[in-house]
Design a protein around this ligand. Structure first.
Ligand SMILES: [Zn+2]
Ligand SMILES: [Zn+2]
Length: 399
């Protein structure tokens, strides 16, 4: 359909000069504007449904190789531009860059789409030729004025939360909370924040807040009632190559179900106390067999360990059993038995830590735990007595 254009693009040589680059990027922006508008129209005509896709976003992901964030930005821009002829014309001509259009779309809330349509002929000329920072400032001012007119509620009454997946598989959390919700979230995070124990790597306050939020969420998941066991593990699907699992190949092919690569230490941690399904594949995508889920540590055995350990066995840690994993001291992948003599409770944080290179753990015949740090220092802990007070017999540094 675009043979002529394609030929030109393929033959194109872009000199490394300021003028050529300015022009080339402007052309990219112009083409982006056209593709966004057509995508929004395809969306409005239910085109993706006709192709068997659940949504336009999933269609874009599948057929163009975009990630969620990019697909969302393009589709949102395309949809908004349908309501804004002046902004659309400036995008098409390259007077507004694709990034500027994204800033405009991000700053115009759903309830103010009409407002921008009323104001765009005055605003767009002040934005053309500017950069993204200037556009953001101008749009923030516009939005403050419009918010004041349309919605006399102060912005502190708004509540929203966004959790987006970044291209490297990490997540970004953003949001606005009203005073009451913010106070509840803040109190919970402060209550769940834990100081660094002796032998742990030092964490910044922001790192400790992030860890605390993860623990709060894991605790909520773990507290959900389930008919099989009082302890509901967060479910995670990991695709691991058999040769990696048995140690005859290097990791690199293993990944979470969404394709994010997973490290060796994380594989060992996930498999330590998980529900494992056997999936036999042929080639890259044909599933030949999907086995029933088998718990690495069955609920009855887990209860025995919980009765003995009561809480995380990292010396000084008192996170209670419902928030702990049963760690295989000698991993079952390498022949370690799933028995009380080889299992000990560790909270999420300490379970992650113990699987990192340099950390070692031993379970002694008297159920004492000996942890060797990367520095060579050892720490010990003993389980609380089975009768009487529940306080753990946490030991200090060992010999
Ligand atoms: Zn483990
Ligand atoms: Zn712990």
């Amino acid at each position: 359909m675009f043979e002529g254009l394609q030929e030109v693009v393929e033959e194109l040589e872009i000199p490394a000069t300021a003028d050529a680059l300015r022009e080339a990027w402007r052309l990219v922006d112009q083409l982006t504007a056209r593709a966004r508008e057509a995508t929004a129209e395809f969306d409005a005509l239910d085109g993706p449904a006709g192709e068997g896709a659940l949504s336009t976003l999933s269609w874009l992901r599948h057929h163009t190789g975009m990630d969620d964030a990019a697909a969302g930005r393009h589709l949102k821009a395309g949809r908004q531009l349908r309501h804004w002829p002046v902004t659309a014309a400036a995008a098409r001509s390259g007077d507004l860059s694709a990034s500027q259009v994204e800033v405009i779309c991000a700053q115009v809330p759903a309830g103010a789409v009409e407002r921008w349509a009323e104001h765009e002929s005055l605003m767009v000329p002040t934005l053309t030729g500017g950069d993204v920072a200037h556009t953001r400032v101008a749009m923030t001012r516009w939005r403050q004025i419009v918010d004041g007119v349309d919605d006399p509620k102060p912005p502190t009454e708004r509540n929203d939360l966004y959790l987006s997946v970044l291209p490297d598989g990490r997540h970004r959390l953003d949001g606005n909370l009203d005073a009451r919700t913010g106070a509840v979230v803040g109190d919970a995070i402060r209550a769940a924040m834990r100081p660094d124990l002796d032998g742990e790597p030092e964490r910044t306050p922001s790192r400790r807040r992030a860890d605390a939020l993860g623990e709060i969420c894991a605790f909520w998941l773990a507290s959900q009632p389930s008919p099989a066991t009082a302890r509901q593990r967060p479910s995670a699907h990991v695709v691991i190559d058999w040769d990696v699992l048995t140690g005859t190949a290097r990791p690199g092919t293993s990944h979470w179900l969404d394709g994010t690569p997973i490290s060796n230490a994380a594989i060992a941690q996930v498999l330590c106390d998980a529900q494992v399904h056997r999936v036999i594949v042929s080639g890259a995508s044909t599933i030949l067999d999907y086995g029933r889920g088998t718990k690495a540590v069955p609920p009855n055995l887990w209860n025995v360990i919980a009765l003995r350990d009561r809480h995380c066995r990292f010396p000084g840690c008192a996170v209670p059993s419902p928030r702990c994993d049963a760690h295989h001291v000698h991993h079952w992948l390498h022949g370690g038995p799933t028995e009380p003599t080889n299992l000990a409770l560790l909270c999420e944080r300490h379970h992650t830590l113990i699987h990192l290179p340099g950390y070692q753990m031993k379970l002694l015949p008297d159920s004492g735990v000996e942890i060797t740090l990367p520095t060579g220092r050892t720490l010990t802990s003993h389980p609380p007595p089975l009768t009487g007070g529940g306080a753990g017999g946490d030991g200090g540094p060992g010999p």
